[in-house]
Design a protein around this ligand. Sequence first.
Ligand code: ATP
Ligand code: MG
Length: 414
Amino acid sequence: MIQAPRGTFDILPESAQKRKLVEAEADRILGAAGYRRIETPTFEATELFARGVGEATDIVQKEMYTFDDGAGRSLTLRPEGTAPVCRAYLEHGMRKLAQPVKLWYLSSFFRAEAPQRGRYRQFWQVGAEAIGSEAPETDAELIVLLADLLEAVGVRKTRLRLSSLGTPASRAEYREELKAFLHEHEDELAEDVRTRIDLNPMRAFDSGDPGTKAVMRDAPKLLDRLDPDDAEHFARVQALLDDAGLRYELDPALVRGLDYYTRTVFEFSSEELGAQSGVGGGGRYDGLIELLDGPSTPASGWAAGVERMLLAARELPPAPEFVDLFVALAKQDGSRIAFELALEARRAGLQAQLELAGRSLKGQLKHADRIGARYVAIIGENGVATLKDMQSGEQHDTGVRDVIPEILRAERMR
Ligand code: ATP
Ligand code: MG
């Protein structure tokens, strides 16, 4: 039997319902702050991610699904949403609009990773981006919005870590200092860290290796090397979060997977998740639009994994099924009348279903009960139907034509 590819999953109706809640809450919470929905293509030019995510990142080095389109162009299934949104911002001249331009998305993304709980090859993210503002208020607003969304969806035991990466210049200087430090301690580092000292020294903070962790405790911290402007920006973000009553921990070792972050970075995690504890995160990426050949444009945003949000959320009770009307047949030859009655009921605004499986009358009534039908109309002979109220058990004969008006009248009276 053919199965869904490794690392992918079907969204069955029961889980579709929970996802709808995430979407509705995102729409409500982000919409109230002026974010508007955007959807970009499922695949993009590979170049967009190579440049916009960064050659040195795990994503570009080993997680992208890249293919040739048959005409010599290299395309890639989107592994993340920020670079595509920035591409769209430039392509549609959105810098002529009032700034910042606030956009949100809920889409599927693709990464070639080893599948495990909370880590898939196709997964969904809800994300928000504010392009065209360097105000610390933008960063704080985005962080509070993600906190509100996680709360609304019921994500438990969350923890927020916060840091600042400074600007490219101070970061470059710090990088050299960190590289020199790491080279001094090469013998004590894990091999994958050692081989990438020059390519991506910041990743050493991410390592789970005990030897590397011991070394990194004494490593120079970027937070202590920020320019005065960056330090002030970061202090302001913190003050705004304090005012909002949001709790966070400063984590000087917080490094986001993407290369383009500047200044504020943050991540929400949940203890409910075990190893894949990251629920969502983001930060400021003032250099990205320029990397994509646009004008220098400050921007900030985040993305959160829908599956991880749901894994970390308390179980919702399943919504009870409900149908206003089930049209049953006393004899199979009433099926044309039943079909038309169900159609008319739907056009009148009722939820209506009809018998489609050739059950006995007893079987039909049992089925109507199971799907939560409020009324059952049993089509009899000569334009007569028996209308049964499934709540009271009361039933009476009436004209087929009178079934819908009677239900509507009864519902109005209730
Ligand atoms: P991780 O450290 O777990 O690999 P990441 O840093 O790669 O996460 P981001 O690129 O920041 O994650 O993506 C934002 C969010 O998207 C994550 O916090 C997580 O909830 C979700 N996410 C990322 N990769 C996956 C995946 N392969 N499967 C499911 N969700 C994912
Ligand atoms: Mg990852």
